[in-house]
Ligand binder design. Structure first.
Ligand SMILES: [Cu+2]
Length: 187
């Protein structure tokens, strides 16, 4: 009986594992559907916490999935046009508290960085880096889910909404699962 309960709990938790809950991060909508297809978008809408490998796998069998236009390695394919009402305004040097919700652990690494959405490349250096993140061998350290970043001066690159995101990126090689959340902002 006990093992059945544990199995059930594990199956529930395994549905997906982490997102940024504050500031507001991107969610799925019609713009995503247009580039990622119905099934991939439905999957992410029903499970916002999912990993990108799962999205790629689902997409690979879908005729309306285009791996180039639905770039899952950039914000899981979530689109600015579905999130234009949630654009933060940051200033150089601003300390921004980040809250992450982690439903289940997989040992990995994590970073938060400013990403140029036109090229999917990092601007400047990582704002924070965790060499060990969400380790399965310890309790979840509080700083894995509540920490501050300090915004660099990216005003020359990030003046236009949609041009840049603050991206939280958690990669677990032991499970081959990568999680991302993107916060839209201007500076
Ligand atoms: Cu998992």
């Amino acid at each position: 009986m006990r093992s059945q309960l544990l199995t059930f709990a594990f199956a529930t938790l395994s549905a997906g594992h982490g997102i940024v809950t504050n500031p507001t991060s991107r969610s799925a909508g019609n713009a995503m559907k247009a580039v990622c297809g119905q099934q991939v978008t439905n999957n992410l809408q029903s499970n916002e916490y999912g990993d990108i490998q799962q999205l790629s796998q689902i997409g690979s069998s879908q005729p309306d999935f285009n791996a180039t236009t639905c770039e899952v390695s950039l914000c899981k394919g979530l689109q600015f046009d579905d999130n234009s009402a949630n654009v933060q305004t940051f200033t150089p040097g601003q300390v921004v508290p980040i809250t992450v919700d982690i439903q289940a652990k997989h040992t990995g690494t994590c970073n938060v960085s400013v990403v140029d959405t036109a090229t999917n490349t990092m601007i400047r250096n990582e704002l924070i880096y965790f060499p060990v993140y969400a380790s399965t061998s310890t309790e979840l350290p509080k700083n894995n889910t509540q920490f501050d970043i300090t915004m660099p001066d990216v005003s020359s690159q990030c003046g236009t909404a949609g041009a840049c995101v603050v991206q939280w990126w958690w990669d677990s090689r032991e499970s081959d699962q990568t999680y991302m959340s993107c916060v839209d902002f201007t500076m």
